[in-house]
Design a protein around this ligand. Structure first.
Ligand code: FES
Ligand SMILES: [Fe+2]
Length: 437
């Protein structure tokens, strides 16, 4: 631990860059972080019927989540109890029972063994010994979480104040509008950190300053998770120094709507996007962009059968960026969620597995929608992610390579705008080093 504990962020003014580059640090995370935290494995709508399954892997750990015959949800370690073969690969359906491809042993969807070939040739075993080994599973907001630690506290306790922030948007009514996976060339924490602050907006996304008051973002590090938000009222960033009488409300309204729809596709759900865009072209005289945007979004929701009456103006205008520690992060706004799930890529500290999930709220009684195609891009450059995400992706390689520069000094984090980044690393140190956070 000697050398490793030198990589703590907690209590340090300057943050050791080896946290992002060292193979030992990756190994420490696999030992102390990933087996102990609740992680999003899938959404309920991915496993609608009995036997539908989704595999979730993190390093060598692998679980599959499945729907039982009675409609429950269970998760099992993804390994045969006979000679270890993996039982589930990706996603699909077990068709009534779980069957090992190697020697054909079978289990029902509750994990009870139903078939062993030539059982009399084995030493006697109890039904319990022949069960699949269960992984803790929990549900929140339509998301299915797993925890590989059998003694971990329940999901609800782990989520702490996340539901206070997330519940109003009713994630349980949302369904996927896109599911994309790629490999990004940076450590998984570089990616989480980049989506956990708006401090990089002026340098990386300067075009959005036209309508985004980045200075108004508020950062709310929680006990384990983090939240930032605010600044949703469309107006130019004060950094641009545009006198208020020179602000063209029609122009900033269009800039906001076009940017959100074209450059962050899925942030505004597909059921709303084009109607909103058309309306944004017709700002009446003497109406502010913010007031109009708010009213059009609210009346559009009513027309689509959605009840946003409990949502604050800020929740309709700008929403919240939430990090469910450690690796599920993204903006949620009235009607939609734009979430990133980030995982280390094997033992490689320099790349990570990145998924973008977009979801949209459905009205009561809506017909179930088919899942979108699962898009997989082994190289992120093979796909257009929308300008704003592309801009972030383009940065990652340079950040990671810069972090590798030998002899570089410790990192410095802005006390306000990077307070959520800092919090994330402190909580990480709670798991890795027992930091008293
Ligand atoms: S390894 Fe699964 S049945 Fe033999
Ligand atoms: Fe960004």
């Amino acid at each position: 631990m000697g050398e490793l504990s030198a990589m703590q962020a907690f209590g340090n003014e300057l943050i050791p860059r080896e946290r992002f580059t060292s193979a030992e640090f990756v190994a420490l995370e696999y030992e102390r972080l990933w087996p102990r935290v609740w992680q999003v494995a899938c959404r309920l709508e991915e496993i609608p019927g009995p036997g539908d399954f989704v595999e979730y892997s993190i390093g060598d750990h692998s679980a599959f989540v499945t729907r039982t015959a009675t409609g429950g949800v269970r998760a099992f370690h993804n390994t045969c109890i006979h000679r270890g073969t993996r039982l589930a690969d990706g996603c699909g359906s077990f068709r009534g029972e779980i069957r090992c491809p190697f020697h054909g042993w079978r289990w029902d969807l509750d994990g009870t063994n139903t078939y062993v070939q030539d059982p009399h040739e084995f030493p006697p075993a109890t039904p319990d010994e022949l069960r699949l080994r269960e992984v803790q599973v929990g549900e929140y907001g339509g998301f299915v979480f797993v925890n590989f630690d059998a003694d971990a506290p329940p999901l609800r306790a782990y989520l702490e104040d996340i539901p206070d922030w997330f519940d109003p948007y009713r994630p349980e009514r949302m369904v996927f509008t896109s599911m994309k996976t790629t490999i990004v060339d940076a450590n998984w924490k570089v990616v989480v950190d980049a989506f956990n602050e708006g401090y990089h907006i002026p340098a990386v996304h300067p075009e959005i300053l036209k309508w985004k008051d980045d200075a108004a973002l508020e950062y709310t590090p929680l006990h384990t998770h983090t939240r930032y938000g605010g600044g949703g009222w469309p107006m130019p960033s004060p950094r641009l120094g545009i006198p208020s009488e020179e602000v063209d409300e029609q122009e900033i309204l269009l800039a906001k709507v076009d940017d959100l729809i074209d450059n962050l596709p899925g942030y505004i759900g597909p059921s709303e996007a084009e109607a909103l865009r058309a309306q944004a072209r017709e700002l009446p005289d003497a109406t502010s962009a913010g007031e109009y945007y708010l009213n059009r979004r609210r009346s559009g929701a009513v027309a689509r059968g959605l009840d946003w009456s409990h949502l604050s103006d800020e929740q309709v205008l700008g929403g919240d960026d939430l990090l469910v520690f450690p690796n599920f992060i993204g903006p949620v706004v009235a009607g939609a969620f734009f979430g990133y799930r980030v995982r280390p890529n094997g033992m490689d500290p320099d790349t990570c597995i990145f998924e973008l999930w977009t979801l949209e709220e459905q009205p009561d009684g809506a017909a179930p929608k088919p899942l979108p195609v699962r898009e997989v891009y082994p190289d992120w450059r093979a796909h257009e992610w929308g300008l704003i995400v592309d801009q972030d992706f383009q940065n990652f390689r340079g950040i990671q390579r810069g972090l590798r520069t030998p002899g570089g000094p410790g990192l410095r984090w802005n006390r306000r705008q990077e307070s959520c980044v800092r919090r994330f690393h402190e909580v990480l140190d709670r798991y890795l080093f027992g930091a008293p956070t």
